[in-house]
Design a protein around this ligand. Structure first.
Ligand code: MG
Length: 512
């Protein structure tokens, strides 16, 4: 018995489906079961056969064919020619189902060493070169904990973008960066990402937590009190708000309001202002620096119907409109433990309002992940990006990569549910009037991918495993989102961003 025959007892079959727009049948096998695939021997056997074939001493048609495929694959991988006809999609071992869209899968037998070893939820699959036909999928990428930690880029993210960007420095698929950060200008965030990731990020690819406020045009002409830090006024104006007042300006106009810090209390009793135009709404754009000042003055505005110099016997309810973004209770920077996020500030404000008035603080709009508003906004930017690039194929699948189960995973899963529910007719009101103006969507799914480079750690406090003695992990989500534990379960868990891209390319049959 030859070595080849011995190894033949160790057969393993790899089924590669060809997605060929022209439907050209290069092989004799199909997936109907009437023409069952040949089992293919081990790698050693194949390599031996291929060596024979390449040296012109082929012993079998099967080996010659394998050698042709191998040469073709090698040549494609080295050249990465964009116009290579047809494409190869690797299916998980044993998958023999028909190709989506009615394409006839052609089964061939061919060995390649496993290229991917994915996370605990990842499928193991093999990847063959794929034609770079227009993408039908796009990425929604979180930033902190996925691409960067503090001001440092995560090396796996740089590696991932080597796969995502072509030799001309252009993205091969539509990508938007969806962060719950908000205390920065959109174009500055784009510049920051460009220098960290090594390719040019367009400001239109950056979605800050407050970006969907552009859709709330009914409030853009109102006089709005804005809370947060950083370039607050510039951000509010960029969102469309034409008449904004900062908390500092309000404090200066009414110095007796801010009394917590003894050092900042007025030394004399100032005259009350009567010429200060009423505030007509509140924008909460991010965590402020002096929480006690902002909590006090926002409460004053809500309780006085925008006239803190007058005071009211009874607080109006409903109160003035409040738009808020970034519900993250915690976020991850360089410190080993998570930091307070804007969600913690909102929790304080809601608790104080309820304690003082006996009623619930209400939001006209609550955005940033996991709000569906943010995902609808992101989906629209992905569609626009694909149009600008001239990619005719509609974007049907979104992959959302994040490090926070409560915002990234919860949001992506909730959006997926929304897409499923509204597949035939999107009648659900997502809460923002302006969204009705968006183009109809072709998106069918949103897949959540959780990485372990940020808030989530398989063994840390954000672990999805219930802690000992408790049935469920604590709910860090916002009050207005019902806790559905299943929505915190990621479709896939991988180590880092690079593995996330490998996973998606594998699922989509793309070469990395
Ligand atoms: Mg994050």
């Amino acid at each position: 018995m030859t070595g080849t025959q011995k190894n033949a007892n160790n057969y393993s079959s790899i089924f590669l489906h060809k997605w060929d727009a022209g439907g050209k049948d290069y092989n004799s096998r199909d997936a109907s079961g009437t023409n069952p695939p040949l089992s293919f021997p081990t790698a050693d056997w194949l390599r031996a056969e291929v060596d024979l074939a390449e040296s012109g001493e082929a012993q079998s048609t099967r080996a010659r064919r394998a050698a042709e495929w191998l040469r073709s694959a090698r040549s494609w991988r080295s050249a990465r020619r964009p116009g290579f006809g047809g494409g190869w999609r690797a299916q998980p071992m044993g998958s023999r189902g028909p190709a989506p869209g009615g394409a006839t899968p052609i089964v061939c037998f061919f060995f390649l060493p496993p290229l991917l070893s994915l996370g605990s939820h990842g499928d193991h699959c093999l990847l063959l070169p794929s034609v770079q036909s227009p993408p039908t999928f796009g990425f929604l990428l979180d930033i902190d904990g996925v691409l960067v930690r503090g001001h440092k880029v995560i090396p796996a993210a740089v590696e991932a973008f080597r796969k995502l960007v072509n030799s001309q420095g252009q993205l091969r698929v539509p990508v938007v960066f969806v962060t719950n950060a908000g205390n920065i200008l959109q174009h500055h965030k784009a510049q920051e990402l460009s220098s960290l990731l090594g390719f040019k990020v367009d400001p239109n690819q950056v979605i800050l937590s407050h970006s969907p406020m552009k859709l709330f045009s009914q409030f853009h002409a109102r006089r709005m009190l804005v809370s947060g830090q950083g370039p607050l006024v510039e951000n509010a104006r960029a969102l469309g708000f034409q008449n904004v007042v900062t908390v500092d300006e309000l404090r200066t106009a009414f110095p007796v309001l801010d009394m917590v810090d003894l050092e900042r209390r007025p030394k004399t009793t100032p005259l009350l202002r009567s010429d200060f135009p009423a505030i007509e709404g509140v924008l909460l754009l991010g965590e402020p620096v002096r929480w006690e000042t902002n909590l006090q003055l926002i409460m004053d505005i809500l309780l006085s119907n925008g006239n803190p110099g007058t005071g009211l016997a009874t607080a109006p309810y409903p109160h003035l409109p409040v738009l808020a973004c970034n519900m993250d209770l915690l976020w991850m920077a360089e410190a080993k433990m998570p930091r307070f996020g804007h969600g913690t500030f909102l929790l304080c404000l809601e608790t104080i309002y309820r304690k003082v008035t006996g009623k619930e603080l209400r939001y006209e709009g609550l955005m940033g992940k996991p709000s569906i508003l943010t995902y609808l906004y992101a989906e629209d930017l992905i569609r626009q990006q694909a149009e600008r690039r001239g990619w005719a194929a509609p974007i049907q699948k979104l992959y959302a990569v994040g490090d926070n189960p409560m915002s990234d995973v919860y949001g992506a899963n909730m959006f997926h549910q929304y897409l499923q529910k509204s597949k035939h007719e999107r009648t659900e009101d997502p809460g923002a009037g302006g969204l009705g103006k968006q183009q109809p969507s072709a998106t069918q799914s949103c897949t959540s991918i959780l990485v372990c480079t940020g808030v989530y750690s398989p063994s840390g406090p954000e672990s999805l495993e219930p802690p000992q003695g408790r049935e469920e992990p604590p709910f860090h989500g916002h009050r207005d989102f019902n806790f559905s534990p299943e929505l915190m379960e990621a479709s896939h868990i991988v180590n880092d961003m690079n593995e996330a891209v490998q996973l998606v390319f594998c699922k989509e049959g793309w070469a990395s």
